[in-house]
Design a protein around this ligand. Structure first.
Ligand SMILES: [Zn+2]
Length: 309
């Protein structure tokens, strides 16, 4: 336990260089602008770089974290590690890179494509993007970084294991436990092995974590979508978050099963569908997706309109 004198010191002075600091620049008690910092000695790791969409606040497009601490300590930063490709985890990258020198950005799978897509909309922001997978290990002076696969509403979601001389700092990223996921399973064995080796600190992030029920498996939701599609005679207009790749794939499957063509509305939904098709996360035979021009030529019962929520 900290001594009384130590507790009275201002926050930043409580630590000396041997201590490990873990703090958030955004994302705690809010949905959006996720950004966490782990610091030890002369090394800083940044986890995620998100934006937040303001509920109200006319004229404000996005809210980003305050990057002052990172700017003031930029020579210590060894990398930005991205847990997954959602906007509240990658949306701030262009604004961060404009302001702060980040030597390497580590990301995996669909997040890599989404980050490249995002940066292509900005002018000349250099990025040194390193792609990791579930077996990657990166060694630094004070940290060893590895990854564990989790389940979330977008493929290639990972937790980050930061090995320090005092034990593991585990950052779960957004996750849910889904025992029948659409794609790959959570790496439960790895989670167990970390607990055996010794966890110094667990940072666990999950929307609705305070609700005491099990989250419904994505596969079960797919069955409901298919059954509802079977009961509808006319045109279907269905909305979901553009970032929910798994849900989009379920809607695509239900449409194919019921002989419907799909028209996608909304820029962010179009982007997600394109990137996910490139990586085969959204699978549909040629001709499943139609354009606005083809749309009037089909009867209502042959159409699904997929739009952002
Ligand atoms: Zn997420």
């Amino acid at each position: 336990m900290a001594s009384k004198t130590k507790r009275q010191l201002p926050l930043a002075e409580r630590f000396n260089d041997d201590n490990i600091k873990v703090f958030a620049l955004g994302g705690l008690d809010e949905v959006g602008k996720n950004m966490y910092v782990v610091e030890c000695g002369d090394e800083i790791i940044v986890i995620d770089s998100g934006i937040m969409f303001p509920g109200t606040g006319y004229g404000v497009d996005y809210v980003i974290p305050d990057y002052t601490y990172l700017k003031n300590n930029e020579e210590k930063i060894i990398g930005l590690f991205i847990t997954h490709g959602h906007e509240d985890h990658i949306g701030g990258i262009p604004y961060l890179l404009r302001r702060v020198k980040i030597p390497k950005v580590y990301a995996s799978g669909i997040a890599v494509n989404l980050i490249r897509n995002k940066l292509s909309e900005f002018n000349n922001i250099p990025i040194n993007l390193v792609e990791y997978n579930h077996n990657s290990v990166f060694d630094f002076k004070n940290f060893q970084i590895s990854f564990f696969r989790t389940n979330h509403s977008i493929p290639d979601s990972f937790g980050i294991a930061i090995k320090t001389r005092l034990g593991y700092i585990l950052h779960t990223g957004d996750f849910k436990f889904d025992f029948t996921p659409l794609f790959k399973h959570t790496e439960y064995a790895k989670l167990t092995s970390f607990s055996e080796k010794g966890v110094l600190c667990l940072l666990s992030d999950s929307t609705n974590a305070n609700v005491s029920k099990f989250a419904t498996s994505e596969r079960k939701i797919g069955e409901s979508i298919k059954s509802i599609f079977g009961q509808i005679k006319g045109r279907i207009i269905i909305s979901t978050f553009a970032s929910n790749v798994h849900r989009i794939q379920q809607i695509v499957e239900a449409s194919i099963e019921h002989g419907r063509k799909i028209i996608v509305f909304g820029r962010s939904m179009e982007k997600t569908v394109n990137v996910s098709q490139q990586l085969n996360y959204i699978k549909a035979p040629p001709g499943t997706f139609i354009t606005a021009k083809e749309f009037p030529h089909l009867p209502p019962e042959k159409i699904t309109i997929l739009s952002t929520g």
